[in-house]
Design a protein around this ligand. Structure first.
Ligand SMILES: [Zn+2]
Length: 463
């Protein structure tokens, strides 16, 4: 049991702040909150004066558990204020490991949900095979099904089977699927605003044309089930993952131009209201989308947070940037830039119409997306899209909690809830940049002071 004394408590629900509060932390929970009894010499008291306490941040799109040794990345995430995350790709081995759940390590963020293997033509080429795969994954303990490169008939079969088994389907809108039909069918969260033209196509008055011209998967289905197919798919995916925009061909660029020129704000608002009605969430991962579409932007290569990436990652990301620079001419670069501006505008429209949003990054593996640090880049981009600071804070706190049905345990700083907290030196209700001023993190009740967070960053540096 210890006390955080004289701190300002921030409520992300309405942005209200209550100064001069004491928090008692006991057994991994917030045991009590009330007016401060003032400073004392008790060595177990943390001085919260001039500091703000918010719920720990959740990165709702991350891949740390695909690493052989995820410890440095998980430590980085914690150091940047992330106390929980949704893992967005699994393997049979990962599900097995989680089934005999090791005791919770309170020096890493909380794993909040994970799928099994991502669905691709290799494990889900045909509806029957996909349904069998869904059953296998749910039996093995997957919390949800991650759709990626699947065809429309496979998607609807997968959604029906997942509904029957009571698990959500989330991920990439399958190419060729009408986004409204996917929302109506129960697609739970759309990642990366698509990806590609995904959501933008649904906002275009050339929607049907765009849907039929932009499909085709970089992975082709094998004619029969091959041994080690999952591992093969993983290897292929890992290469694509660095920057999928690199695969964009002239036809897709023409369709992108078309989607930009035929954007219809009325349709966009109508789609956003449909998402709100159907409880279809969007996890736009704007930092990931930006890093793809502006891959050769010098600011990325000059980002000081790159010191937390491994030498191998930096090398792969620099060569991805060089390849992007070589492949696309100025006019094509401009199309990617305009697409991003429109993606930001769509995120703002989603928010204005009440479509729920989640903060996510796509760390680890994606070019220029550094674990932990990238969530703050995401905050900045959500602000750039036009969300106010408190709204941005909600996308990483109360909103993930609602999405994951964890309201009883998390999402606000209240007595009885998990002690997963971030202490900030700056007021997060007045400027989004103040979300970067993390000076301590509480995870499962354990207090990590500035020195401990610096040590976690040091551990990830120079690899
Ligand atoms: Zn991802």
């Amino acid at each position: 049991m210890y006390r955080i004394a004289n701190v300002t408590v921030v409520d992300p629900r309405d942005g209200s702040v209550t100064a001069h509060q004491d928090l008692r932390i006991d057994g991994g929970r917030i045991a009590w909150i009330g007016a401060t009894t003032g400073p004392d010499r008790d060595p177990t008291t943390v001085d919260g004066r001039d500091r703000f306490v918010v719920p720990g941040f959740v990165d709702m799109h991350a891949h740390p558990l695909n690493l052989d040794d995820p410890a440095p990345e998980l430590g980085l995430m914690l150091a940047f204020g992330i106390t929980g995350y949704r893992q967005m790709s699994g393997t049979p081995a990962l599900l097995r490991r989680l089934r005999d759940r090791q005791p919770v390590d309170d020096a890493t963020p909380r794993l909040l949900a994970t799928p099994g293997s991502v669905l691709t033509p290799i494990n889900a080429g045909k509806p029957a095979a996909a349904v069998a795969e869904v059953r296998r994954q749910v039996r093995d303990g997957a919390d949800f099904i991650k759709a990626a490169l699947i065809t429309p008939d496979v998607y609807f079969a997968v959604q029906a089977e997942a509904d029957r088994l009571g698990v959500p389907v989330a991920g990439h809108l399958p190419a060729g699927v009408d986004v409204r039909a996917a929302s109506d069918a129960g697609f739970r969260s759309i990642e990366h605003v698509g990806p590609g033209l995904g959501v933008l196509a649904g906002c275009s008055c050339h929607e049907e044309h765009l849907r039929t011209t932009t499909s085709g998967s970089p992975i082709k289905a094998p004619p029969f089930r091959i041994p080690f197919a999952d591992r093969l798919a993983e290897r292929v995916l890992r290469k694509i993952v660095v920057n999928p925009a690199q695969l964009t061909g002239p036809a897709t660029l023409r369709s992108t131009r078309d989607a930009i020129d035929s954007f219809d704000e009325g349709k966009a608002r109508d789609l956003a209201r449909r998402f709100a009605e159907n409880d279809t969430w969007n996890c736009p991962t704007l930092i990931r989308v930006k890093a793809q579409q502006f891959c050769d932007e010098p600011a990325f290569a000059a980002d000081p947070d790159l010191r937390y990436a491994t030498a191998g990652e930096r090398k792969a990301w620099n060569s991805a940037a060089a390849a992007f620079h070589r492949k696309f001419d100025d006019a094509q670069h401009a199309v990617f830039a305009e697409q991003f501006a429109l993606q930001l505008r769509v995120v703002k429209i989603l928010d204005e119409e009440g479509a729920p949003l989640l903060a996510g990054t796509d760390a680890v593996g994606a070019a220029w997306v550094v674990a932990g640090a990238s969530l703050h880049d995401e905050f900045d981009l959500l602000a750039e899209a036009g969300l106010d600071p408190v709204r941005v804070l909600r996308t990483a706190t109360t909103d993930p909690t609602r999405f994951l049905h964890r309201e009883r345990d998390a999402g606000t700083v209240e007595a009885g809830k998990e002690a997963d907290l971030v202490l900030l030196d700056g007021d997060p209700t007045t400027a989004v940049a103040n979300l970067r001023t993390v000076s301590a993190v509480v995870r499962g009740g354990r207090y990590h002071d500035t020195a401990a967070l610096t040590a976690l960053k040091e551990r990830a540096t120079g690899r």
